[in-house]
Write a protein that binds this ligand. Structure first.
Ligand SMILES: C[S@@+](CC[C@H](N)C(=O)[O-])C[C@H]1O[C@@H](n2cnc3c(N)ncnc32)[C@H](O)[C@@H]1O
Length: 243
């Protein structure tokens, strides 16, 4: 078995993502990176792991840009198409970009690109970014940020718990008592990181982080503090080939 292949969520785990809670922030940050920064977009924007199309819809309707979703969840793609959003089923870790894409967006998907080990996960995330950088030379990332009392510890711990069968079973049980331990990634794995960890992955791959936008801290419930989480937020990054 290929250790660097993605461990994917089941269809019933994905339906938890069919909401528009984060689109306002994602769209605001995208606008700040492109239109407000006077970096207009021509060609096609590819929204990778675009889910049911809230972000794509906001970009299309408010900025008039040409945007296409790819997602590995057939139901998400069907919902996009019903809304009139160009969308196709695809696995972003293996699919090759087309010729017309000029910006690739990764909204809250990188932390789902998990493989069989910590190193394989990092490689999968980096390789996928590089693959989509090919044509576009510009990547917009919106990603969960977990800062911890011991630097970089909480994201690693959550990955260890959610990717282990035994620990996930215990986690699932606890999540019945403590709802803040959200259960939908147990057994598959999820890899949250701190701002600096993501930044390091980007720069190690040769990207220039030409803009980063720090999100607002979310409430961290007491049980989550037991995982040494100091803060949780969503940050955005613009990756380019030149400064
Ligand atoms: C947390 S949801 C984010 C949805 C949306 N981008 C948002 O920000 O609300 C992650 C999405 O990534 C998709 N996904 C996960 N792995 C993928 C892969 N390898 N290729 C394409 N889509 C993937 C899932 O199906 C899901 O729709």
């Amino acid at each position: 078995m290929n250790k660097s292949r993605q461990k994917t969520l089941a269809a019933n785990q994905l339906t938890e993502f069919y909401h528009n809670d984060f689109v306002v922030d994602q769209f605001r940050d995208f606008k700040a990176c492109f239109t407000e920064a006077n970096k207009p977009v021509t060609g096609v924007i590819i929204d990778i792991g675009g889910g049911v199309g809230y972000f794509a819809g906001a970009v299309k309707d408010n900025l008039g840009y040409n945007i296409r979703v790819i997602d590995m969840d057939p139901l998400s793609v069907e919902i996009c198409n019903k809304k009139g959003i160009d969308a196709a089923i695809g696995d972003c870790t293996t699919l090759r970009p087309k010729d017309d894409e000029t910006v690739a967006c990764f909204n809250l998907i990188l932390h789902h690109l998990v493989a069989d080990s910590e190193q394989a996960t990092k490689t999968l995330q980096a390789k996928t970014l590089l693959n989509w950088f090919g044509n576009s030379r510009r990547i917009f990332v919106n990603e969960y940020i977990y800062e911890s009392y011991i630097p970089n510890f909480s994201g690693w711990l959550i990955y260890k718990i959610t990717s282990s069968g035994v620990l996930s079973a215990i986690g699932k049980f606890i999540s019945r008592l403590i709802p803040s331990f959200r259960a939908n990634t147990f057994g598959t794995g999820v890899r949250f990181r701190s701002h600096n960890e993501w930044q390091l992955i980007f720069t190690d791959e040769g990207f220039h982080v030409t803009k980063s936008i720090v999100g607002i801290d979310e409430k961290v419930d007491f049980p989550l503090r037991m995982l040494l989480i100091k803060s949780i937020r969503r940050d955005s990054f613009l990756l380019e080939s030149t400064v």
